[in-house]
Design a protein around this ligand. Structure first.
Ligand code: BTN
Length: 346
């Protein structure tokens, strides 16, 4: 993928916000079956006029989906899509893996899957999950917006209770990253790596991001909501709205996108597994695996903290998940907080 242009960068450093009309889920579900469907058939099935069908098609197009209209034949999508489906997500897990997760809530549209889980009752240790096709107020790290391309990405949040206090959770976003890489391997996708503290990358381009938010008692039982946004297949129009170098699973897999439901199911199974192990043994149990996937190791990086930016050489992570760097010959540990890190030359 080429470096996306920086147009509209003032709106958001990550992705443009959505001010679009809600697209039509039922229409999209009909088109997602594949093939051409006439306007008359769509109108009859949906119980609306053909003009209303046209309006809904425009809403889908405004969200970057390629809906082709051929005179006298009907409408069809320019590329196949797969909508999220709770049963198909569950089918990607073993019965035992499924038991470790409570409710899996799949929504068409929501403000933010992470906000939804934060609003809910405290999760049991074996977690709850929420996924959505559209987030109207998706959040990225450091106050940025996060917009998931309709039917082209995965917006998934996973909430779990931890009893040892918030201080014991340092390194959680790195563990979530390892869980995502395990899930991608399960789905047959290789070539992804982790960029401290929260990016999933491939060949220097962003494949996804992780946002961990904590709530509850700082010293006692608390809730962690792990929110993950992953690019599965981003259309050309959708991709032009992303103002940083990006890639998607389809590109990594040689053009054929893996099933979104299968990837989502494996992500949930691997998150439940990894967060259980993290709750029992902390980040130390993941140090070696992280090192195998550390995209920054040995590279010169620029660390931005407040108004200050300095360069250093990345030297792995500590047993509590802090970034270890060498700056001017001196070893320093960097905590994620409000710091932003990028490899120089990217
Ligand atoms: C980042 O790279 O800045 C982290 C992005 C995290 C986005 C995900 S999408 C699902 C969940 N819901 C949100 O509002 N944000 C996270």
């Amino acid at each position: 993928m080429s470096r996306a242009s920086l147009k509209k960068a003032a709106e958001t450093p990550a992705r443009r916000p959505a001010h679009r009309a809600a697209a039509a889920p039922e229409l999209l579900a009909l088109l997602a079956r594949g093939g051409e469907v006439s306007g008359a058939e769509l109108a009859a099935t949906l119980g609306v006029t053909r003009a209303a069908v046209w309006k809904q098609v425009e809403q889908l197009r405004a969200r970057g989906l390629g809906v082709l209209a051929e005179a006298g034949r009907g409408y069809r999508l320019d590329a196949p899509i797969e909508l999220l489906d709770a049963a198909r997500i569950a089918a990607a897990m073993t019965p035992r893996e499924r038991e470790r997760i409570g409710a899996i809530d799949v929504r068409w549209q929501i403000d933010s899957t992470s906000s939804e889980l934060a609003r809910g009752a405290d999760p049991l240790p074996n977690a709850r999950a929420c996924l959505a096709e559209i987030q109207t107020a998706g959040r990225g790290r450091r106050g940025r917006r996060w917009q998931t391309p309709l039917a082209g990405g995965i917006a998934l949040s996973f909430a779990r209770r931890f009893d040892g206090g918030m201080a014991s959770l340092s390194g959680l976003s790195l563990v979530a990253g390892i869980a995502v890489l395990r899930a991608l391997a399960d789905a047959g996708v290789a070539g992804a790596a982790l960029k401290w503290p929260n990016d999933i990358v491939a060949k220097g381009q962003k494949l996804g991001g992780i946002l961990v938010e904590l709530g509850g008692d700082a010293l006692g039982p608390c809730r962690a909501v792990v929110g993950i946004g992953l690019n599965v297949r981003i259309g050309a129009e959708q991709g032009s709205a992303i103002d940083q170098p990006w890639t998607d699973l389809a590109s990594l897999a040689g053009g054929e996108a893996p099933s979104r439901n299968a990837v989502a199911g494996r992500m949930l199974a691997r998150l439940a597994e990894a967060l259980d192990a993290f709750g029992a043994s902390g980040f130390a149990a993941f140090e070696r695996e992280y090192a195998e996937h550390d995209a920054l190791h040995g590279r010169e990086i620029a660390v931005a903290s407040g108004s200050e930016t300095w360069t250093a050489i990345a030297d792995g992570v500590t047993s509590r998940g802090a970034l270890r760097v060498v700056r001017g010959g001196r070893a320093i540990e960097v905590d994620s907080g409000e710091v932003s890190v990028r490899a120089t030359g990217e």
